[in-house]
Design a protein around this ligand. Sequence first.
Ligand SMILES: Cc1cc2nc3c(=O)[nH]c(=O)nc-3n(C[C@H](O)[C@H](O)[C@H](O)COP(=O)(O)O)c2cc1C
Length: 341
Amino acid sequence: MTLGTTYLGLDLAHPVIAGASPLSATLDGIKRLEDAGAAAIVTASLYEEELIDEEEALEAAAMVGAESHPEVTSYLPPRCGCRSPLAAHLETIRRAAEAVALPLVASLSATTREGWAGIAADLQAAGAAALELNFHHVATDPTETSADVERRLVETVRDVRAAVHLPIAVKLSPYFTALPHLAAGLAEAGANGIVLFNRLYEPDIDLETMTFQPNLELSTREDIRLPLMWIALLSGKTALCMAASGGVERTDDVIKYLLAGADVVQTVSALLRHGPEHLARLVKGLTEWTQGHGATSVAEVRGRMSADRLDDPEVLVRAHQTTALLLRHPCRHAGRGVTGL
Ligand SMILES: Cc1cc2nc3c(=O)[nH]c(=O)nc-3n(C[C@H](O)[C@H](O)[C@H](O)COP(=O)(O)O)c2cc1C
């Protein structure tokens, strides 16, 4: 029995990988995830916006003294003796790529065209095995259309493809309307995979202080449904390989994603909740389930429940079923906000 799988052209021991999070932000964290049994690790994103902020803060710190007393520049160490945040991140990637045997997927979230292509090339030079482009864009400009957003995304992939030879995965938010069309555009631009989906930062209002508060809650098993549906719908219809991300807590969730057609399954919240060692439990459970169901490989499990292999693929998208379910099981749904439907 083999759990061996391929993702972005990389050979992996099994399909469970550690998604981008603070757990993969440091060399120690990355080593711990490898020891815990991850098949691959996506590093915490490098945010270009953050780099720009930190660079400006360093510049400002260097200038404060210099402006107050001209001679002060003679004793200020160059840029406060600090390594630039970009250099520090690249150094972590370089050391981690040397230290671990499994593939390191470097996550990047840039804001400028130069940032996407330039930093992608830096990450490649640092030793990343693949890139995960984290498109975190909230469209707030009323003149920006959804077509504009998608076009920019595809152009970004084209720019990055021209700058690197590494495999590229694109991590998307769940809010794209015509996902199959977008996936085709990303594949044509040179992407190799998509990650469905990222979790957006959704601040909440604190009624005491009357301020917006950062609110990044860990996911729950309920969060599996939307990515599960899209993976099942896209499987067999896209040239891109697919990573599932969202709501993996138990082995059952990993299996569902594989059945829908995911090539790999990422997990973050469960590892933050139970520790990286939880990875080994997920893999053990997957081994047992696969054997118990008479399969000899993950390939035999993958995609068995994808839309193109269902007798009735419409079951995934039928709108009237919502109403029918509520009429049939009103008690089960009581108190769950169904009146808003
Ligand atoms: C604390 C925390 C930090 C995260 N940081 C990143 C990040 O740096 N880059 C990224 O692409 N996703 C990041 N994510 C999103 C996760 O990679 C993942 O897509 C999301 O949490 C859904 O998976 P899960 O249900 O297994 O947690 C973060 C999530 C959490 C909870």
